[in-house]
Ligand binder design. Structure first.
Ligand SMILES: [Zn+2]
Length: 293
């Protein structure tokens, strides 16, 4: 794949955006960062796991817990104990990746590379970057320090500013297997929606509210987006039902209830001019509820 090709050819871009659900995007980012730091001879087998750099970037027994406020833990950590490999993500208690975390990374990568090779900064949970943090990140992407690579990991690429996306080489992992919509020609934007739905059971109330808030503003365009959400959400739920039944699990009441809510939401949106953000809230809660049993 693209990251492997980059390592093998040595043509490293200054920024990558790895998107998709599940753990694979994070694992890919880690391996890529370790591969960039690896001092092994064979480009095809980086990280080689033999050299000193690979030893340093290996998982440490104890993972440092990151805190976005910097009060209860650091704003970022290293990958393993490698001084040139940095990692940040949403703090355990946080709802956002915060601007201070981006600034701290920015300072870290501007300091000369300790080992003389690449510096890599991975920003996981990039879909949780707030507006300010995205603007700070944008400045970093616009003037990348020498031999520095920024790797964003996000469930959904659509959650990021277009100006950020356009500065990154994109690597998209398909949605994980739990649910896959059957429509073979699903446009990319819907693929991202499906990936977000796949992860909905991990979201709490504030995160669902944030999601619904994306459908604020101009009613016509917000309503059109919510209509897509309702359509994709219904297809997603129907797929859940099919899978449950195939797996011999006849308990699909919750999914059917949620489907019912979605169809009422569609009616309210179209026939009663209901507020798109409110409709999005109602339907996201219903879907979340259905999968949380
Ligand atoms: Zn190595």
């Amino acid at each position: 794949m693209l990251l492997r090709n980059s390592l093998e050819s040595g043509r490293i871009h200054s920024a990558y955006l790895i998107s998709g659900a599940g753990d694979r995007p994070r694992l890919a980012a880690t391996e890529f960062a370790r591969g960039l730091a690896c001092a092994g001879d064979a480009a095809a087998t980086k990280p080689c796991e033999q050299c000193a750099a690979c030893h340093r970037s290996r998982d440490t027994a104890e993972e440092v817990e990151i805190d976005g406020t910097g009060k209860h833990g650091p704003l970022y950590r290293h990958i393993g104990e490698h001084p040139d490999l940095f990692w940040t993500q949403r703090g355990a208690q946080g709802t956002r990746v915060r601007i201070d975390q981006i600034r701290a990374l920015q300072r870290a990568v501007r300091v000369g590379a300790n080992e003389g090779g690449w510096r890599v900064a991975v920003i996981a949970d990039a879909e949780w970057l707030g507006q300010e943090a995205q603007n700070a990140l944008l400045r970093l992407l616009e003037e990348p320090p020498d031999r520095t690579c920024i790797v964003l990991v996000s469930r959904s690429a659509a959650a990021l500013l277009a100006t950020i996306r356009s500065r990154c080489v994109r690597v998209a992992f398909p949605a994980e297997e739990r649910i896959r919509l059957r429509a073979p020609d699903l446009p990319e934007e819907f693929g991202e929606l499906v990936a977000r739905l796949d992860a909905i059971e991990k979201l709490g109330l504030p995160e669902l509210l944030d999601w619904a808030e994306e459908y604020r503003g101009n009613r016509a365009s917000a309503a059109a987006q919510v209509q897509s959400l309702l359509e994709v959400g219904s297809a997603w739920l129907r797929e859940c039902v099919t899978r449950c039944v195939h797996a011999g699990d006849a308990e699909v009441r919750a999914e059917l209830d949620a489907l019912h809510v979605l169809s009422r939401c569609r009616r309210d949106l179209i026939q009663r001019n209901a507020n798109p953000q409110m409709i999005a809230e109602r339907s996201l809660f219903a879907v979340r509820e259905a999968v949380s049993r």
